[in-house]
Design a protein around this ligand. Structure first.
Ligand code: NAP
Length: 276
């Protein structure tokens, strides 16, 4: 007789105590009446591989991966999805029944699903302005191109990093100097902040925003605070605004479905549960 095992999932990081993922997944487990659990796992670098290889033996069906291991886990996985390969990082591991570890990146999916749930944005609406060229920007750019955006205006404080993304992702990307960020904000149908500027404990985003106009969609990946200066000014200018919390919620959907077999919903009740 096979032993009844409670399916477990979790999030691996260092630090990890701040992660909102346990609230997210525990809410869904409860809502769908699934006997399972989701735990934060603080792991030091030297133990990363051993922990990942041990978890499936303990009933884990998968884990989320957060800072600083999103790149390192790509080497440990047996299989990496195309989108994780393109982004160059993974945020989700699935421990398959055949013993193989599958790595995926659901950030880009979460970004688009959030945009589509909360605005009327369409890929054909016009150029997208992307501020920032870090890890989150890679997921956003991959998702925008996959969705069919034909022009991305990209700007980053360190221009080399933006040029590097253009080199990797191709000629649909036009790199603009950071000092000219205000101009691309004006020209774009969609404006996305992927920098950490505006986040609690970080400097404010100081890009000139007076060019924002009604009809534009503006979204910020920063969700703490929920209403950043960018979103506040965009709302005042009559733009359609989408906060970053929705991206966090939506990126969990494909992972939860693969781990627990139910495709969960993102709604207000979930937002409230995750905000606490
Ligand atoms: P990252 O790889 O460290 O990139 C940070 C980005 O911010 C870089 O473009 C960096 O520019 C820019 N930056 C930092 N300080 C700056 C400053 N003082 N002036 C100008 N630019 C500055 O971080 P990440 O993983 O991409 O994350 C970025 C943000 O997205 C974080 O706030 C994170 O919480 C958020 N995020 C949210 C979600 C979500 O689900 N909502 C998902 C992923 C990430 P340089 O290249 O010049 O340093």
């Amino acid at each position: 007789m096979t032993e009844h095992r409670i399916p477990l999932a979790g999030v691996i990081g260092n630090p990890v105590a701040h992660s909102r993922s346990p609230r997210l997944h525990k809410h869904w487990l409860k809502r769908y009446g699934i006997e399972g659990d989701y735990v934060p796992l603080h792991v030091v670098e030297d133990d990363l591989e051993q922990v990942i290889r041990t978890l499936p033996k303990m009933g884990f069906v998968g884990v989320n991966i957060t800072i600083p291991y999103k790149v390192a886990v790509m080497q440990i996985a047996d299989q990496v999805s195309d989108r994780a390969t393109l982004i160059g990082a993974a945020n989700t591991l699935i421990f398959r029944k055949d013993g193989k570890i599958h790595a995926d990146n659901t950030d880009g999916y979460g970004f688009l699903a959030n945009l589509r749930q909360n605005s009327r944005w369409e890929a054909t609406a016009g150029p997208a302005a992307v501020l920032g060229a870090g890890g989150a920007a890679r997921a956003v750019i991959e998702a925008l191109l996959e969705a069919g955006v034909t022009e991305i205006l990209l700007t980053n404080r360190t221009r080399d990093k933006a040029d590097g993304l253009r080199h990797e992702f191709g000629s649909k990307i036009t790199v603009v100097d950071w000092v000219q960020a205000g101009n691309i904000v004006e020209e774009a149908a969609l404006v996305v902040n992927t920098t950490s500027l505006g986040m609690t404990g970080h400097p404010e985003l100081r890009v000139p925003l007076d060019g924002l106009q009604p009809g534009q969609v503006v979204t910020d990946l920063v969700y703490s605070p929920l209403q950043t200066r960018l979103l506040r000014e965009a709302e005042a200018a009559g733009c359609s605004v989408v906060d970053g919390l929705g991206m966090l919620l939506h990126q969990g959907v494909p992972a939860f479905e693969r781990w627990f077999g139910v495709r969960p919903e993102v709604d207000d009740e979930l937002r409230i549960a995750v905000l606490g």
